[in-house]
Design a protein around this ligand. Structure first.
Ligand code: PAF
Length: 280
C-alpha cells in the first residue's frame, strides 16, 4: 500500500500497535535493488508489519551533488516492496517532510568529522535529521540499515543511543553483484567501461583481506596495497582509503582490534564506496 501523508501513516501504524503487532522499518531513497530487498526481507522475517520509506532526502545532498539526477522510479520500487511483502511504502513529498521554516538540526559530532563526513560536509546532519524524523513518525521496533554505508550505521546507532530513541538498529551485510561490485543505486550511472573499472574497489579490498589473513598488522602497509590496486585503474580516482577502529572510526596505525576498512573512489564522475570489517 502506497502512503503519501504522515497523518495517514501514523493512524495505520497506531492501529497495528493496538493489535500488538511489531513494526520493522527500512529507510531508503528509492532506486531499490537487491541490497534494499535483502533489508526488507530481513525486516519481514523479524516483524509482523514492515514499512519502507522511499524519499530522496534533499538535506543530505551537497550543492554540487546528484540530488536532481538521483534515480527515481516509484512504480518499480513499489513493485519490489510488494513482492518482498512490505505492508506500506511511505513516499512523502519534500513539503510533507520539511516545514519551510524548519529550525531544528540533528548533529552527531566526532564520528561525522571523518571519512564521508569529512568529504561531504553536512551530509550526516541531513541523514540524522531525516532518520530521526522517520523514526518519530514510524516508531518502529527495529530499523534496518546496510553495512555498505558503515559510517552511516555507526552515526545512526550513536544518535539513537544519545537521544534515547526506542528502536533497535539492525545492520545488514553488503550485497554484491556476482563479480563482486557492491550493489548501489549509483551503479546505474556507470557506463559499460566504468562498470568494468568499478570492480577495482572490491578487488583492492580482497587484496587487503588476504594480507590481513596472512598476518599483516601495519595499517600503512595495508593502506598502500589498497591504493596500489586502485591506482592501477585509469578510470579510478581515490577519494579516501582508511583503516579505522570499528567503534570510534579513528585511524589506527597497528591493527590490534576490530577495524573497518572503508574506501571511496570516483569512477569517472560517480563516487562509489565499499568496505569490510576485519575482526580480531
Ligand atoms: O542510506 C540511505 O539511503 C539514506 O541515507 C537514508 C538512510 C534512507 C536517509 O535518507
Amino acid at each position: 500500500m502506497l502512503v503519501k501523508e504522515i497523518k495517514e501513516l501514523r493512524s495505520l501504524i497506531k492501529a497495528w500497535k493496538r493489535e500488538g503487532l511489531s513494526v520493522g522499518y527500512v529507510p531508503t531513497m528509492g532506486a531499490l535493488h537487491e541490497g534494499h530487498e535483502s533489508l526488507i526481507k530481513r525486516a519481514v522475517e523479524e516483524n509482523d508489519k514492515v514499512v519502507v520509506s522511499v524519499f530522496v532526502n534533499p538535506t543530505q545532498f551537497g550543492p554540487n551533488e546528484d540530488f536532481d539526477s538521483y534515480p527515481r522510479n516509484i512504480n518499480k520500487d513499489l513493485e519490489l516492496c510488494i513482492n518482498a511483502c512490505a505492508a506500506i511504502v511511505f513516499n512523502p513529498e519534500p513539503s510533507e517532510m520539511y516545514y519551510g521554516d524548519k529550525s531544528t538540526s540533528v548533529s552527531v559530532s566526532g564520528l561525522t568529522s571523518v571519512l564521508c563526513g569529512a568529504k561531504r560536509p553536512g551530509h550526516f546532519d541531513g541523514v540524522c535529521l531525516v532518520v530521526s524524523k522517520f523514526l518519530n513518525i514510524v516508531t518502529p521496533d527495529k530499523a534496518y540499515f546496510g553495512e555498505k554505508d558503515a559510517q552511516q550505521v555507526a552515526v545512526i546507532k550513536r544518535m539513537v543511543r544519545d537521544l534515547n530513541i526506542d528502536v533497535e538498529i539492525v545492520a545488514c551485510p553488503i550485497i554484491r553483484e556476482e563479480d563482486g561490485l557492491a550493489k548501489s543505486s549509483r551503479n546505474t550511472y556507470l557506463s559499460k567501461d566504468e562498470r568494468k573499472a568499478a570492480l577495482v574497489l572490491s578487488r583492492s579490498l580482497e587484496i587487503a583481506k588476504d594480507a590481513l589473513r596472512k598476518g599483516e598488522r601495519n595499517a600503512n602497509n595495508i593502506n598502500n596495497s589498497i591504493k596500489e590496486v586502485l591506482n592501477s585503474e585509469p578510470l579510478a580516482k581515490i577519494d579516501y582509503v582508511e583503516i579505522v577502529d570499528s567503534d570510534s572510526l579513528k585511524s589506527v596505525e597497528i591493527i590490534e582490534r576490530n577495524v573497518l576498512i572503508p574506501i571511496a573512489v570516483y569512477i569517472g564522475k560517480t563516487r562509489l564506496i565499499d568496505n569490510f570489517t576485519f575482526e580480531i
